[in-house]
Design a protein around this ligand. Structure first.
Ligand code: BT5
Length: 241
Protein backbone atom coordinates (compact mmCIF):
# COMPACT_ATOMS: atom_id res chain seq x y z
CA UNK A 1 0.00 0.00 0.00
CA UNK A 2 1.46 3.38 -1.04
CA UNK A 3 0.05 6.49 0.70
CA UNK A 4 1.11 9.78 -0.91
CA UNK A 5 0.52 13.11 0.85
CA UNK A 6 1.17 16.73 0.06
CA UNK A 7 2.17 17.68 3.62
CA UNK A 8 2.37 15.77 6.89
CA UNK A 9 4.13 16.44 10.18
CA UNK A 10 6.34 13.36 9.90
CA UNK A 11 5.93 10.33 7.62
CA UNK A 12 7.35 8.20 10.45
CA UNK A 13 4.62 9.36 12.84
CA UNK A 14 1.92 8.69 10.25
CA UNK A 15 3.33 5.26 9.43
CA UNK A 16 3.39 4.49 13.16
CA UNK A 17 -0.30 5.41 13.41
CA UNK A 18 -1.11 3.21 10.41
CA UNK A 19 0.88 0.37 12.01
CA UNK A 20 -1.37 0.69 15.07
CA UNK A 21 -4.50 0.30 12.93
CA UNK A 22 -3.26 -2.95 11.39
CA UNK A 23 -1.67 -1.69 8.15
CA UNK A 24 0.18 -4.51 6.39
CA UNK A 25 3.92 -4.96 6.12
CA UNK A 26 5.18 -3.05 3.10
CA UNK A 27 2.92 -0.03 3.65
CA UNK A 28 4.77 3.09 2.48
CA UNK A 29 3.99 6.69 3.42
CA UNK A 30 5.48 9.45 1.25
CA UNK A 31 4.98 13.17 1.58
CA UNK A 32 6.03 16.07 -0.61
CA UNK A 33 6.84 18.12 2.54
CA UNK A 34 7.09 17.51 6.28
CA UNK A 35 6.41 20.22 8.82
CA UNK A 36 8.08 18.34 11.72
CA UNK A 37 10.48 15.90 10.07
CA UNK A 38 12.47 14.01 12.70
CA UNK A 39 16.11 13.03 12.97
CA UNK A 40 17.64 10.94 15.75
CA UNK A 41 17.69 12.01 19.40
CA UNK A 42 14.88 14.52 18.85
CA UNK A 43 16.77 16.43 16.13
CA UNK A 44 14.88 18.13 13.30
CA UNK A 45 14.93 16.97 9.71
CA UNK A 46 14.38 19.84 7.28
CA UNK A 47 12.00 18.62 4.58
CA UNK A 48 11.14 21.09 1.80
CA UNK A 49 9.43 19.93 -1.40
CA UNK A 50 11.69 18.17 -3.88
CA UNK A 51 13.16 15.75 -1.34
CA UNK A 52 12.22 12.13 -0.82
CA UNK A 53 10.60 11.86 2.61
CA UNK A 54 9.25 8.36 3.07
CA UNK A 55 8.55 5.70 5.69
CA UNK A 56 8.22 1.97 5.17
CA UNK A 57 6.39 -0.28 7.63
CA UNK A 58 8.06 -3.62 8.31
CA UNK A 59 6.79 -6.29 10.64
CA UNK A 60 9.72 -8.55 11.56
CA UNK A 61 8.60 -11.61 13.52
CA UNK A 62 11.16 -11.02 16.28
CA UNK A 63 13.40 -8.23 17.44
CA UNK A 64 16.50 -10.33 16.68
CA UNK A 65 19.09 -8.20 14.83
CA UNK A 66 16.62 -5.30 14.77
CA UNK A 67 19.49 -2.85 15.25
CA UNK A 68 20.68 -3.80 11.77
CA UNK A 69 17.55 -2.40 10.09
CA UNK A 70 19.01 1.13 9.80
CA UNK A 71 22.13 -0.47 8.33
CA UNK A 72 20.02 -2.44 5.84
CA UNK A 73 18.07 0.68 4.89
CA UNK A 74 21.27 2.70 4.48
CA UNK A 75 22.80 0.08 2.19
CA UNK A 76 19.61 -0.19 0.10
CA UNK A 77 19.40 3.58 -0.25
CA UNK A 78 23.07 3.96 -1.17
CA UNK A 79 22.76 1.23 -3.83
CA UNK A 80 19.60 2.82 -5.24
CA UNK A 81 21.14 6.30 -5.40
CA UNK A 82 24.25 4.91 -7.12
CA UNK A 83 22.02 3.15 -9.64
CA UNK A 84 19.69 6.01 -10.56
CA UNK A 85 22.06 8.96 -10.14
CA UNK A 86 25.34 7.28 -11.15
CA UNK A 87 27.20 8.80 -8.23
CA UNK A 88 29.33 7.25 -5.48
CA UNK A 89 27.66 7.30 -2.06
CA UNK A 90 29.32 6.52 1.28
CA UNK A 91 27.66 5.46 4.52
CA UNK A 92 28.81 7.30 7.60
CA UNK A 93 28.08 5.23 10.67
CA UNK A 94 25.48 4.94 11.98
CA UNK A 95 23.00 6.33 9.48
CA UNK A 96 24.23 9.12 7.20
CA UNK A 97 24.44 8.97 3.43
CA UNK A 98 27.27 11.10 2.13
CA UNK A 99 28.43 12.41 -1.21
CA UNK A 100 31.99 13.54 -0.58
CA UNK A 101 31.76 14.78 2.98
CA UNK A 102 28.30 16.33 2.60
CA UNK A 103 25.09 14.79 3.87
CA UNK A 104 22.73 13.59 1.14
CA UNK A 105 20.33 11.89 3.51
CA UNK A 106 19.69 9.91 6.65
CA UNK A 107 17.74 7.00 8.05
CA UNK A 108 15.57 6.93 11.17
CA UNK A 109 14.19 3.54 12.26
CA UNK A 110 11.62 3.49 15.04
CA UNK A 111 10.28 0.27 16.54
CA UNK A 112 6.77 -0.13 17.98
CA UNK A 113 6.16 -2.55 20.82
CA UNK A 114 3.13 -3.61 22.78
CA UNK A 115 4.65 -4.72 26.06
CA UNK A 116 7.71 -6.69 25.02
CA UNK A 117 6.15 -7.81 21.74
CA UNK A 118 7.54 -6.14 18.61
CA UNK A 119 4.61 -4.86 16.53
CA UNK A 120 6.50 -3.17 13.75
CA UNK A 121 9.48 -1.17 12.64
CA UNK A 122 9.15 2.12 10.79
CA UNK A 123 12.01 2.72 8.39
CA UNK A 124 12.19 6.46 7.72
CA UNK A 125 14.24 7.71 4.77
CA UNK A 126 15.14 11.30 4.04
CA UNK A 127 17.05 12.07 0.82
CA UNK A 128 17.74 15.47 -0.74
CA UNK A 129 16.77 14.90 -4.36
CA UNK A 130 15.39 17.89 -6.33
CA UNK A 131 15.54 20.38 -3.45
CA UNK A 132 18.63 22.57 -3.29
CA UNK A 133 20.96 22.66 -0.28
CA UNK A 134 20.94 26.46 -0.74
CA UNK A 135 17.32 26.45 0.47
CA UNK A 136 18.25 24.73 3.74
CA UNK A 137 19.00 26.71 6.92
CA UNK A 138 22.34 28.54 6.88
CA UNK A 139 24.24 26.05 9.04
CA UNK A 140 23.34 23.20 6.64
CA UNK A 141 24.06 24.92 3.31
CA UNK A 142 27.68 23.77 3.19
CA UNK A 143 27.15 20.49 5.05
CA UNK A 144 24.25 19.11 3.02
CA UNK A 145 23.97 18.17 -0.64
CA UNK A 146 21.15 17.16 -2.98
CA UNK A 147 21.22 15.17 -6.19
CA UNK A 148 20.18 18.31 -8.05
CA UNK A 149 23.15 20.20 -6.52
CA UNK A 150 25.50 17.79 -8.30
CA UNK A 151 23.60 17.97 -11.58
CA UNK A 152 21.53 14.78 -11.32
CA UNK A 153 17.83 15.09 -12.19
CA UNK A 154 16.08 12.18 -10.49
CA UNK A 155 12.36 11.74 -9.72
CA UNK A 156 11.69 11.04 -6.04
CA UNK A 157 9.25 8.19 -6.69
CA UNK A 158 11.61 6.55 -9.16
CA UNK A 159 14.34 6.62 -6.51
CA UNK A 160 11.86 5.27 -3.94
CA UNK A 161 11.01 2.32 -6.19
CA UNK A 162 14.68 1.40 -6.50
CA UNK A 163 15.18 1.73 -2.73
CA UNK A 164 12.21 -0.54 -2.02
CA UNK A 165 13.55 -3.18 -4.43
CA UNK A 166 16.93 -3.12 -2.67
CA UNK A 167 15.30 -3.25 0.77
CA UNK A 168 13.14 -6.20 -0.35
CA UNK A 169 16.01 -8.42 -1.46
CA UNK A 170 18.05 -7.71 1.70
CA UNK A 171 15.06 -8.03 4.07
CA UNK A 172 14.74 -11.72 3.14
CA UNK A 173 18.36 -12.28 4.23
CA UNK A 174 17.79 -10.25 7.39
CA UNK A 175 14.67 -12.26 8.30
CA UNK A 176 16.49 -15.55 7.95
CA UNK A 177 19.39 -14.35 10.10
CA UNK A 178 21.90 -14.10 7.20
CA UNK A 179 23.42 -10.89 8.42
CA UNK A 180 27.02 -11.48 7.26
CA UNK A 181 26.03 -10.31 3.79
CA UNK A 182 24.81 -6.99 5.22
CA UNK A 183 27.94 -6.60 7.33
CA UNK A 184 30.08 -7.18 4.24
CA UNK A 185 28.12 -4.74 2.06
CA UNK A 186 28.24 -2.14 4.81
CA UNK A 187 32.04 -2.46 5.09
CA UNK A 188 32.33 -1.78 1.35
CA UNK A 189 30.17 1.36 1.55
CA UNK A 190 31.48 2.67 4.87
CA UNK A 191 33.32 5.97 5.09
CA UNK A 192 35.03 4.79 8.32
CA UNK A 193 36.29 1.27 7.70
CA UNK A 194 40.08 1.29 7.31
CA UNK A 195 40.37 4.75 8.87
CA UNK A 196 41.85 5.75 12.22
CA UNK A 197 39.27 7.15 14.61
CA UNK A 198 39.22 8.78 18.00
CA UNK A 199 36.40 7.32 20.08
CA UNK A 200 34.94 8.97 23.13
CA UNK A 201 32.69 6.66 25.11
CA UNK A 202 31.25 7.48 28.51
CA UNK A 203 34.36 7.91 30.64
CA UNK A 204 36.91 6.68 28.08
CA UNK A 205 38.82 7.98 25.08
CA UNK A 206 40.69 5.67 22.71
CA UNK A 207 42.12 5.58 19.23
CA UNK A 208 41.93 2.78 16.69
CA UNK A 209 41.10 1.44 13.29
CA UNK A 210 37.45 0.92 12.24
CA UNK A 211 36.93 -2.64 11.00
CA UNK A 212 33.17 -3.18 10.65
CA UNK A 213 29.91 -3.53 12.56
CA UNK A 214 28.56 -6.27 14.81
CA UNK A 215 25.08 -7.80 14.89
CA UNK A 216 23.86 -4.92 17.10
CA UNK A 217 24.98 -2.38 14.53
CA UNK A 218 27.78 -1.19 16.85
CA UNK A 219 30.91 0.10 15.09
CA UNK A 220 33.95 -2.09 15.76
CA UNK A 221 37.24 -0.28 16.36
CA UNK A 222 40.49 -2.19 16.85
CA UNK A 223 42.75 -0.41 19.33
CA UNK A 224 46.54 -0.63 19.77
CA UNK A 225 46.34 -3.34 22.47
CA UNK A 226 44.76 -5.60 19.84
CA UNK A 227 41.35 -5.66 21.45
CA UNK A 228 38.20 -4.38 19.78
CA UNK A 229 36.01 -1.63 21.17
CA UNK A 230 32.29 -1.51 20.35
CA UNK A 231 31.14 2.03 19.61
CA UNK A 232 27.47 2.81 20.24
CA UNK A 233 25.52 5.53 18.45
CA UNK A 234 25.49 7.65 21.61
CA UNK A 235 29.33 7.72 21.64
CA UNK A 236 31.38 10.38 19.85
CA UNK A 237 33.71 9.80 16.93
CA UNK A 238 36.40 11.92 15.33
CA UNK A 239 38.35 11.10 12.17
CA UNK A 240 42.11 11.41 11.88
CA UNK A 241 42.16 11.40 8.09
C1 BT5 B 1 18.95 11.53 10.42
O1 BT5 B 1 18.99 11.99 11.72
O2 BT5 B 1 19.81 11.70 9.59
C2 BT5 B 1 17.65 10.80 10.07
C3 BT5 B 1 16.79 11.60 9.15
C4 BT5 B 1 15.55 10.84 8.76
C5 BT5 B 1 14.56 11.73 8.06
C6 BT5 B 1 13.40 10.94 7.52
S1 BT5 B 1 12.42 11.87 6.42
C7 BT5 B 1 11.20 10.66 6.42
C8 BT5 B 1 11.09 10.14 7.83
N1 BT5 B 1 10.14 10.91 8.60
C9 BT5 B 1 10.75 11.60 9.59
O3 BT5 B 1 10.15 12.35 10.39
N2 BT5 B 1 12.07 11.33 9.58
C10 BT5 B 1 12.42 10.38 8.56
P1 BT5 B 1 20.29 12.60 12.41
O4 BT5 B 1 21.46 11.69 12.20
O5 BT5 B 1 19.87 12.89 13.78
O6 BT5 B 1 20.58 13.93 11.61
C11 BT5 B 1 19.84 15.10 11.85
C12 BT5 B 1 20.74 16.27 11.46
O7 BT5 B 1 20.89 16.32 10.04
C13 BT5 B 1 20.14 17.62 11.84
O8 BT5 B 1 20.44 17.96 13.16
C14 BT5 B 1 20.82 18.54 10.83
O9 BT5 B 1 22.14 18.86 11.25
C15 BT5 B 1 20.96 17.66 9.60
N3 BT5 B 1 19.86 17.87 8.63
C16 BT5 B 1 18.56 18.22 8.86
N4 BT5 B 1 17.87 18.26 7.71
C17 BT5 B 1 18.75 17.96 6.72
C18 BT5 B 1 18.63 17.83 5.31
N5 BT5 B 1 17.49 18.00 4.65
N6 BT5 B 1 19.76 17.47 4.63
C19 BT5 B 1 20.94 17.26 5.24
N7 BT5 B 1 21.11 17.38 6.57
C20 BT5 B 1 20.02 17.71 7.31
Amino acid sequence: MLCVFDKVSSTNDLAKRLAGTGAPEGTVVVSRKQSMGKGRFGRRWISPSGGLWASLLLRPKTSQNIALLPILAGIATAKAVEEVALVKVKLKWPNDLLIGNRKLGGVLVESCYSGTQLRGAIVGLGINVRNSSLDLPKRLKTRAVSLRDIGREVAELDLLQHILDHVGSRYELFRTGKIEFLQREWRQLSSEVGKRLLVKTSGNICEGLATGIDSDGALLVKISTGSTVRVLSSDQLAHFQ
